[in-house]
Ligand binder design. Structure first.
Ligand SMILES: [Zn+2]
Length: 230
C-alpha cells in the first residue's frame, strides 16, 4: 500500500517515537513501544456478547455485538492516541489501531458482520478536519478483516455542535435524525459493523443504528477504539 511505502520512506529520515509514552521506537515497532502495547488497557469485549458497552444500548436500540479496543480513561497516556488521530492529523494512528482491532476481533462473533460503515461526519466538518477519523479506523479494520468499507450510504445531514458539555438527554435530541441512508439497497440484508473512535454516552451510535435499522433485514454491530470510563 502506498501509505506503507510512504511511512517507510519517512522512517529513513525521522526516528519515530511511541505515540503514548514518547520513548524512541525500535524499527520493528509501530506507533506504540512494546511496553505501551503490552500495557494497553484492552476491554476484550469481543469475547462476550453481554458486556458493558453493549449494555449501553439495551432497551434503546438493537445492537447485535459491541466491542471497544481499550478503556479510555481521563489521565491515561492512551488518550493521546485518539487526540492525535482526531485533531493532529495523525492518520497512521487510526490505521494501526484499526488493524489491531481487526486482529483482535477476527475469529470472534464479529466474523458474522459483512460490511463496515464508519460513523459519518457532516461534510462541513470533514472539510475543516480534512478527513473523517472513523473512516481511517474503518480502513485499518477492513485491511485485516477483508470486509469492504461502505462510505456515502450513511450520511450526516444535520450539523451538530460539540456534544461534550451536553447532558445525555440533550445529546440524544441533538443527534436524533442527524443521519440519513442513501441507497438503502446497498445495505439491505447485511450485517453492518459500525465504526467510531470513542464511545461515551453512545448517543451518536444510537442515532446511526436507529437510522441503519430502518432498512430491511439489517443487523448492526459496533466496534470503537476507546470505551470512556472515569
Ligand atoms: Zn510507549
Amino acid at each position: 500500500m502506498l501509505t506503507n511505502y510512504f511511512k517507510d520512506f519517512l522512517k529513513l529520515f525521522f526516528p519515530k517515537n511511541c505515540e503514548a509514552c514518547g520513548k524512541n521506537l525500535l524499527k520493528s515497532e509501530n506507533i506504540l513501544c512494546s511496553d505501551c502495547l503490552y500495557n494497553m488497557p484492552k476491554t476484550y469485549f469481543h469475547e462476550t456478547k453481554d458486556n458493558p458497552l453493549n449494555r449501553l444500548f439495551y432497551g434503546i436500540t438493537d445492537i447485535t455485538y459491541a466491542t471497544a479496543l481499550f478503556y479510555f480513561r481521563k489521565a491515561s497516556i492512551y488518550r493521546a492516541l485518539i487526540h492525535k488521530l482526531k485533531y493532529k492529523g495523525q492518520k497512521e494512528i487510526g490505521i494501526e489501531l484499526g488493524r489491531m482491532t481487526g486482529q483482535e476481533i477476527k475469529g470472534s462473533f464479529f466474523d458474522e458482520t459483512d460490511i463496515i460503515i464508519p460513523v459519518p461526519l457532516h461534510t462541513a466538518k470533514k472539510r475543516m478536519r480534512g478527513y473523517n477519523q472513523s473512516e481511517i479506523i474503518a480502513s485499518g479494520i477492513s485491511e485485516t478483516l477483508k470486509k469492504p468499507v461502505i462510505k456515502n450510504v450513511l450520511i450526516r445531514s444535520k450539523y451538530t455542535e460539540t456534544q461534550t458539555k451536553k447532558s445525555l438527554e440533550e445529546r440524544r435530541t441533538n443527534v436524533k435524525s442527524a443521519f440519513k441512508t442513501l441507497k438503502p439497497e446497498l445495505i439491505s440484508g447485511r450485517h453492518i459493523l459500525l465504526v467510531d473512535d470513542v464511545v461515551t454516552t453512545g448517543s451518536t451510535l444510537i442515532a446511526c443504528a436507529d437510522e441503519l435499522l430502518k432498512t430491511k433485514n439489517v443487523k448492526v454491530s459496533i466496534s470503537v477504539l476507546g470505551f470512556a470510563v472515569q
